[in-house]
Design a protein around this ligand. Structure first.
Ligand code: PMP
Length: 296
């Protein structure tokens, strides 16, 4: 028989993937002009959907795009999309585009915003071996843009900076890239926030980064566990000398980093702070108490 097609939400309709259409003149296609969120559902619960929608609205405000829906309506679109695909564990993307006005020019006047939501069976961004054994990362030559150029707080569709960093890392045989800011401080990775552990001190960069939902959870959880959590400026030296380094993101959970620029981190294996947080995160997701319930 025919495999059931996935259902995608596009501009008011839930349609089979092969019928999902947007204009080629949408400014998202022409200029990367739009914003998005990546969320996860585990055990039919969307993890911290409120935080994702708050961040989406901040991104929309920053790019001067009036939200085409209320937060409640966006939440319903996310829940419906997962429900209609009958997925218990899902990787979910919610996208708001500037839209099209019939002209291929930068002028956004008359553009009608577009909304897209799709879901996939949950997949890790990294392979299971990497999650288990840890990532080898490499500092990219390309830097994260400062707020004066394109504020990384905005979760914009323009990911070229991160794509270029990822290409560099891949070309060099590393698993992931690490980006520095314009002054050489550690920033983040393509799709992840970064943490460094020295003893009981857990540090994460604070400037020119996307403020990750997972990062916020890690900071809370590590603080609650008696660790000294600090959002502050971090240098490459701090990663090279750390007991542990880990990345975190919605689409990957918490991932150990075992090497940075060819230097072994700590013992070169996933460490105890990582292991504690990784288990706590998965226990929370599995418990079904992490957010918005999807009734099937
Ligand atoms: N930084 C960047 C640049 C990202 O794209 C992501 C993924 N959304 C993150 C950090 C992690 O954020 P979150 O925990 O909200 O997924």
């Amino acid at each position: 028989g025919l495999a059931a097609e996935r259902i995608i939400y596009v501009n008011g309709d839930y349609v089979p993937e092969s019928q999902a259409r947007i204009s080629v003149l949408d400014h998202a296609v022409l200029y990367g002009d739009g914003v998005f969120e990546t969320a996860v559902a585990w055990n039919s619960v969307v993890f911290d959907l409120d935080a994702h929608l708050d961040r989406l609205f901040r991104s929309l405000a920053a790019i001067n795009l009036r939200p085409p829906h209320s937060k409640a309506e966006f939440a319903d679109i996310v829940v419906q999309t997962v429900r209609r695909n009958r997925m218990r564990n899902a990787y979910i993307k919610l996208i708001v585009t500037r839209g099209a006005n019939g002209e291929p020019f930068l002028n956004p006047e008359g553009c009608v915003p577009g909304v897209i939501c799709f879901a996939r069976e949950y997949l890790y961004m990294a392979s299971p071996e990497r999650v288990r054994d840890g990532l080898r990362v490499k500092t990219a030559a390309v830097r994260r843009p400062p707020a004066q150029v394109l504020d990384p707080h905005i979760k914009s569709l323009n990911y070229m900076n991160l794509v270029l960093a990822k290409l560099e890392a891949t070309a060099a045989g590393a698993d992931e890239a690490l980006l520095l800011d314009i002054n050489g401080h550690v920033c983040e990775a393509p799709g992840y926030n970064v943490f460094a552990v020295h003893g009981t001190v857990v540090r994460t960069p604070w400037q020119d980064i996307l403020e990750g939902i997972t990062r916020a959870w890690v900071m809370d959880m590590a603080g609650g566990h008696g660790l000294d959590v600090r959002a502050e400026t971090i240098e490459l030296y701090d990663l090279y000398t750390a007991d542990e380094v880990f990345f975190c993101s919605t689409a990957g959970g918490i991932l150990p980093v075992i090497a940075v620029d060819g230097r072994r981190v700590g013992e070169g294996v996933p460490g105890p702070v990582f292991s504690y947080l990784h288990k706590a995160y998965h226990d929370l997701l599995a418990s079904g108490e992490s957010g918005t319930k999807i009734d099937m």
